[in-house]
Design a protein. Structure first.
Length: 265
């Protein structure tokens, strides 16, 4: 067995990372081994990195089966269904934070766009739970990708309770996710995470995504709640990523998130 195969097997044997898809573990592991680390150290470093980019955002137990029961029970009533979605969104730091501004978030950024019939939500976390707030037309397609197999199984079942035709896939957006042409791509608060793995990730993704509109956002506080000049630094990074592109850009500042809507012609 090669070192990288051993690393992947060891990381996926652990309860915390056992449901992280194989290509994401392999991608991070190969980079750690390439730094010349010994296998044992590379395994440790891979787990640490997966924690930083994924595990650190998961809050409380992820009881997907119980959440699905609650969502199914609530699905006949719009208010109850939104309430059940909100309860689930509290279990991922990103959606928990966005929930404070959710009533304005999608309404503001999607105002003025033609009907969005297809969405690609990359490194989505639990953001698809916000579908009831997005105003998508019946039958819209929604592709949601994250590295957690159990999360995407849940998202697939969840989307059956909504008006969209959902597809959810566990994959590493840095290497192997299909990128269908869509009306709107969402890359919410994940460029900083992905660039911790590969500094070129943001630039490569922006080039590879085939969408008329892209919503890119950045956190304004760290997970620990401190500001650390993040909005200024992330805006500078975003401007670097779009420098020289002939794209229309609208900027939105929310209490919890800085967002940019890119329109390509
Ligand atoms: C900061 S959170 C953002 C979640 C979501 N986009 C939102 O804003 O609500 C980053 C997410 O990226 C996912 N992730 C990290 N690395 C990834 C990769 N290589 N491919 C796909 N998803 C990834 C994590 O599991 C986590 O859910």
């Amino acid at each position: 067995m090669s070192d990288v195969d051993e690393l992947v097997a060891a990381v996926r044997r652990s309860s915390k990372y056992g449901r992280v898809c194989e290509d994401a573990v392999r991608g991070v592991g190969e980079r750690e081994l390439a730094k010349g680390r010994r296998l044992k150290d590379a395994i440790k470093a891979t787990k640490k990195k997966l924690h930083q980019v994924g595990g650190a955002y998961l809050e409380g137990g992820m009881d997907y089966a119980a959440w699905l029961d609650d969502l199914r029970a609530a699905s006949g009533n719009e208010g109850d269904f939104r309430w059940a979605c909100a309860q689930v969104m509290r279990h991922h730091a990103s959606t928990k934070e966005r929930f404070q501004v959710l009533d304005e978030f999608y309404a503001a950024v999607l105002a003025g766009l033609p009907p969005v019939r297809s969405v690609l939500d990359l490194a989505c976390g639990l953001d698809p739970l916000a579908i009831p707030w997005m105003g998508l037309p019946d039958g819209a397609t929604y592709h949601a990708y994250d590295i957690y197999e159990d999360m995407v199984d849940f998202l697939r079942a969840f989307m059956k309770l909504t008006q969209v035709r959902g597809q959810a896939l566990a994959c590493d957006v840095l290497q192997s996710c299909p990128l269908p042409k869509v009306d709107l791509a969402l890359v919410l608060k994940s460029i900083p995470c992905l660039e911790q793995i590969d500094r070129a990730a943001g630039a490569q993704l922006l080039d590879a995504i085939d969408a008329d509109h892209l919503l890119i956002s950045f956190p304004v506080h760290s997970l620990g709640g401190r500001d650390k000049g993040m909005p200024t630094n992330y805006e500078a990074r975003f401007r670097e990523l779009v420098a020289g592109k002939d794209w229309a850009i609208k900027r939105f500042e929310f209490a919890t998130e800085l967002a940019f809507l890119i329109t390509r012609f």
